[in-house]
Design a protein around this ligand. Structure first.
Ligand SMILES: [Zn+2]
Ligand SMILES: [Zn+2]
Length: 364
């Protein structure tokens, strides 16, 4: 869906000038508005929750398959040679580093390409300072961190504020199923010693039915720059507060460009919907146990949107290994990797086994 055009001079579309002093204005998470870096003048942004409209999947898939430029906007993208992350040009064009791996970016390699325009975003609310404090608290609470780390702490890389791209999908599903309902009953019989013993037998009854569900905002990551262990756990978002896309919110931050387009994300969205549908079918069948023989789903009114979500990304080194982590730019929640002391884990495992063994002998 992206179309290469030839390399063009880098323009910084995200820079806004201060009305009072002509300085550069950037989005300030603390003020939740644009703020002049020099004189501190605040410029109000429209933060009212946007009325969210999706885009018809079938319609846009057809156009995208035909490589139409409809619905696309131009953006200057730069790709990191080290980790492959693709971001829009950072506002400061000298000495820019990749937000994901800190490798210096080669600015000559910036390209203008066409992308689906982000439609909604959640603006940063958590400041860089709060992110650092939350990280320290988070690491301090981890049980298995090595004593050396507990004592001296770690030095983190600078925090980089990044807007990550996500696709969200809505659908009304209509599912027909055929299955069996299991009903348990107790059966008594005598064993070889003549004692009365009870066992459970399940009787199976054929059943079928339909399940209709209305899905909203199934969030699927549109990039692959963060490890799945981190990105898949970034699920806690106050979607109802998302605002319409305005480039002013992005100033001072890096915006990652999606790698998977909306046609690639839909299968993951359907997988997520399917697991909810399966649970609903089981509840519909009822009884003590359920078997699903067949289920077939129609996805009606399939819609999608492109959403930008704010995270602070950083990393730290410990014993020669890099540990990446992120801080949710809305809630301050920390998600990431950290060093674990194998000896501490072993001691806990041994202690747990000892307790179980002791209980076992006591109860016998
Ligand atoms: Zn100013
Ligand atoms: Zn990189």
């Amino acid at each position: 869906m992206t179309t290469d055009t030839q390399s063009q001079p880098i323009t910084d579309a995200l820079q806004t000038k201060c009305k009072s002093c002509g300085g550069i204005m950037q989005y300030s998470p603390k003020d939740e508005n644009l703020k002049c870096l020099y004189c501190g003048l605040i410029s109000e942004l429209d933060k009212s929750a946007a009325e969210q409209k999706g885009n018809d999947f079938k319609h846009w898939k057809k156009l995208a398959d035909e490589e139409s430029n409809d619905g696309l906007m131009e953006a200057t993208e730069i790709k990191c040679r080290q980790c492959g992350a693709t971001t829009t040009m950072p506002p400061n064009t000298s000495g820019a580093k990749c937000a994901f791996c800190s490798t210096p970016l080669i600015l000559d390699e910036a390209h203008v390409k066409r992308f689906w325009q982000p439609e909604y975003l959640l603006p940063f609310k958590i400041t860089e300072k709060q992110s650092g404090e939350n990280f320290k608290k988070w690491l301090g609470k981890k049980w298995f961190t090595p004593s050396k780390l507990k004592k001296y702490g770690v030095n983190t890389d600078a925090f980089k504020g990044v807007y990550l791209p996500f696709w969200t999908y809505d659908a009304k599903t209509h599912t027909l199923y055929v299955g069996e309902r299991g009903e348990d009953r107790k059966v008594q019989s005598r064993n070889s010693k003549g004692e009365l013993v009870e066992r459970t037998v399940t009787d199976w009854y054929k059943t079928s039915g339909t399940v209709n569900l209305d899905f909203k905002d199934i969030v699927i990551p549109a990039s692959e720059s963060l490890p799945p262990t981190i990105i898949n756990r970034l699920t806690n978002w106050d979607m109802m507060n998302s605002v319409s896309y305005q480039k002013e919110f992005l100033s001072g931050f890096v915006t990652e460009i999606y790698k998977r387009d909306f046609r690639d994300g839909v299968d993951d969205a359907k997988k997520k919907m399917k697991s909810v549908i399966t649970d609903t079918i089981k509840a519909d069948i009822g009884g003590d146990d359920q078997r699903i023989k067949t289920q077939s789903t129609q996805y009606n009114d399939l819609m999608f949107k492109l959403l930008l979500l704010p995270v602070w990304i950083s990393a730290f080194n410990f014993d020669g290994k890099l540990y990446q982590f992120v801080v949710n730019g809305r809630t301050g929640q920390v998600i990431g990797e950290y060093p674990k002391d194998k000896m501490k884990i072993l001691l806990v495992v041994v202690a747990v086994i000892a307790v179980i063994a002791a209980l076992f002998f006591l109860l016998r």
